[in-house]
Design a protein. Structure first.
Length: 59
C-alpha cells in the first residue's frame, strides 16, 4: 500500500504499510519530505480506509 504526493516543485511516493516510509522523491527538499510524512502519519487511518474502499481489502 502506498500513496503518491505531487506538487508544483516535485513528487514523492510513500509506502503506507507495513510502516510509513519514503519510497522515492524528486524535486522536493528534505524539509518538504518531512512535512509530507508528518501529514501522512496524521492521516494514515483515512488513507488506508480510502485505499481499501478504492482497491478492495486483501483476502
Amino acid at each position: 500500500m502506498h500513496v503518491h504526493v505531487h506538487s508544483g516543485r516535485g513528487e514523492a511516493k510513500f509506502w503506507i504499510e507495513p510502516t510509513i516510509s519514503l519510497a522515492r522523491s524528486h524535486g522536493l527538499s528534505k524539509r518538504e519530505i518531512e512535512v509530507i510524512q508528518d501529514i501522512i502519519e496524521e492521516r494514515k487511518d483515512d488513507i488506508v480506509d480510502h485505499w481499501r474502499r478504492h482497491f478492495g481489502s486483501p483476502s
